[in-house]
Design a protein around this ligand. Structure first.
Ligand code: FDA
Length: 303
């Protein structure tokens, strides 16, 4: 019930506008976000790169409603790719198609994605495409397939909570795709997504095994679930996959010790750093993943 309430809050306009004004909410969010500016994320990348952890940078925001805004987001990512190159960082970017204008006109988002992936290819960098609510899966996969045919430096996120993901993955495999596998963060109805965590976890592992057995260029297991991480490591060892060929990704500020441990074990370890002013909906989704995080928010309020 708490998860549903928090996911409802993430879509509530009044809360999105008002709550970020409170200092205690801003203090609490800083645990998951080094700052609102790209510069903070780039600074944190230097620190994490020193620990053999690469970063994935993402500007918060989704469902933009104006062409100018979509163009600004695209220009922003071009600039970030340039800064990553200039500073010699081991960093990638991750984009949301609705932030690149998908709701306005799919053509705008497709062109923006193509331009970013082309530029990243020139710089030897990588672009991830986030997966949003289930209504966007078809278009996201079509755009990914379109861009992947021209460039190898692009990957897409798949969500284990959706019943359809197994078939989506089978459809993508002939393209030799880079896949980031997550559990899924949105409120989805029971006719589209497994309502029970146990079933999501089981499906995650089944999909993980498909990915380990298909020789995709990158399979990134993006989870903080210690049990799943152990199972993925065991499944990889059984298939004689070397530690350095196994990739994990986590969110900034969550399970920091585990991030360092996995990097130390020789795995590819990435941390996704979000930044920007539109953090409220995203922060509510982080709380929904672990309602115990509300404790931090409460403590921050009483401090
Ligand atoms: P689960 O939620 O079961 O948590 C397992 C354990 O991890 C918890 O018991 C707790 O210990 C810890 N944990 C998890 N979340 C926490 C939190 N917020 N705070 C503190 N501890 C926490 N989703 C999506 O729909 N589309 C996308 O494009 C992406 N992209 C993405 C990229 C990367 C790099 C990551 C790591 C995640 C995403 N996600 C995502 C989010 C994903 O779908 C999922 O909601 C979160 O990763 C949380 O799920 P876990 O797999 O960690 O498991």
């Amino acid at each position: 019930m708490m998860r549903s309430l928090l996911l409802w809050s993430s879509r509530n306009r009044w809360m999105n506008e008002r709550l970020p004004e409170y200092a205690f909410v801003r203090r609490a969010v800083s645990r998951f976000m080094p700052g609102e500016e790209a510069a903070s994320a780039l600074d944190e990348s230097v620190r994490l790169n020193d620990k053999r952890i690469f970063t994935v940078l993402t500007l918060l925001g989704e469902n933009v409603t104006a062409r100018e805004e979509a163009a600004e987001v695209c220009a922003h990512y071009h600039s970030v790719l340039g800064q990553v190159e200039e500073q010699g960082l081991n960093s990638e970017v991750s984009v949301k198609l609705t932030q690149l204008g998908l709701d306005l006109d799919p053509q705008i988002a497709r062109e923006a994605l193509s331009s970013l992936v082309s530029r990243a290819a020139e710089l030897g960098k990588f672009v991830w495409v986030d997966m949003e609510g289930s209504g966007y899966v078809d278009t996201t996969l079509q755009m990914f397939e379109h861009v992947r045919r021209a460039h190898a430096n692009v990957g897409v996120c798949l969500q284990a909570y959706l019943y359809r993901t197994r078939e989506d993955l089978a459809r993508l495999l002939p393209l030799s795709p880079a896949i980031r596998l997550v559990k899924g963060a949105y409120a989805e109805p029971a006719d589209r997504a497994y309502p029970k965590k146990k079933d999501v976890d089981e499906n995650y592992m089944e999909l993980a095994v498909v990915l380990l057995e298909a020789s995709v260029p990158r399979a990134a297991f993006a989870t903080h679930d210690a049990e799943i991480i152990r199972s993925v490591q065991a499944a990889a060892a059984e298939r004689r996959i070397e530690s350095s060929a196994l990739e994990f990704q986590m969110l900034y500020g969550i399970a920091r010790a585990k991030q360092e441990e996995l990097a130390h074990q020789g795995h590819r370890m990435g941390v996704l750093i979000s930044y920007g002013s539109a953090w409220f909906a995203w922060y509510m989704r982080r709380l929904a993943e672990r309602p115990a995080n509300l404790g931090f928010l409460m403590r921050s309020m009483f401090r």
